[in-house]
Design a protein. Structure first.
Length: 262
């Protein structure tokens, strides 16, 4: 069966813009329901990766985890950041199981290793085994050992394309707070959505700031890594996770809902 990798953005399932480590349970419940409905209609292998929102970004910024190991206090910061991400992961897994999805938590720091912020080792065989059993692994951005910097952040936006490339995914879907990528801040008057993104647009997006605390690059990094993924034949689409029904439609194979990256 074809493999789909879904990223649930932290801006959708948490109060990211307010820097509050709080789950938006109504949105999470709806998204879990749409995932369940799609799986009931279409056979697919599915991996879910969820964003960190304030659960991960706020403590990671407090302890400067993204700068690598400089002080012993950052080891405490690694533990605290991971604890917060486990709490959020439990919420996501719980919502999926309540919706009758056979979800299982998958902790990236248990086997993943970074080198200068890039993922160089990850236990893919165990992920494949879980998928073969019919389970839906639910992963997240985490704090990992780093061969060069001591410790660092594995962003969910880096984990998604890594998995998609290594596991030959058929499609990547990102559910975010807006229906695609726009030529400016999407909340600004007159903002125009890009139907398709290519490498020419990535540079401008890399300079755009993200609302709320974000230590992993925001929309720019998302698009840059997904654009690189197209060289391996994997297409992606960024859609709104706020609009009811959009996620189910995307999981069932519909394209052109948001912004395509191909």
């Amino acid at each position: 069966m074809k493999l789909t990798i879904l990223k649930l953005g932290g801006s959708v399932i948490t109060r990211k813009h307010e820097d509050k480590p709080e789950v938006v349970r109504k949105a999470l419940k709806r998204l879990a329901g749409e995932i369940a409905e799609a799986l009931a209609c279409r056979k697919m292998r599915l991996i879910v990766v969820h964003g960190a929102g304030p659960y991960g970004h706020v403590p990671a910024k407090k302890y400067a985890i993204d700068r690598g190991l400089k002080t012993h206090d950052q080891v405490k910061g690694m533990a605290e950041t991971h604890r917060m991400m486990e709490a959020l992961n439990a919420e996501v897994v719980g919502a999926l199981i309540d919706a009758q999805v056979n979800a299982i938590a998958y902790q990236p720091s248990a086997g993943g290793i970074l080198e200068d912020k890039l993922l160089v080792s990850f236990p893919l065989e165990s992920v494949e085994r879980l998928l073969t059993l019919g389970l839906v692994p639910v992963m997240y951005g985490d704090v990992l050992p780093d061969l060069k910097t001591g410790l660092n952040i594995l962003s969910g936006d880096h984990l998604v394309p890594y998995l998609a490339e290594k596991m030959a995914a058929d499609r990547v879907i990102l559910a975010t707070s807006h229906n695609g990528v726009f030529d400016r801040d999407p909340d600004e008057k007159g903002a125009v959505k890009f139907d398709v993104i290519n490498e020419e647009i990535v540079g401008e997006l890399m300079r755009r700031r993200t609302k709320g605390t974000d230590v992993t690059g925001g929309i720019g990094r998302k698009v840059r890594e997904l654009t690189a993924l197209t060289k391996h034949g994997v297409k992606s689409e960024i859609i709104s996770g706020m609009e009811p029904g959009y996620l189910k439609r995307a999981l069932l194979g519909e394209t052109g809902i948001g912004t395509r990256i191909e």
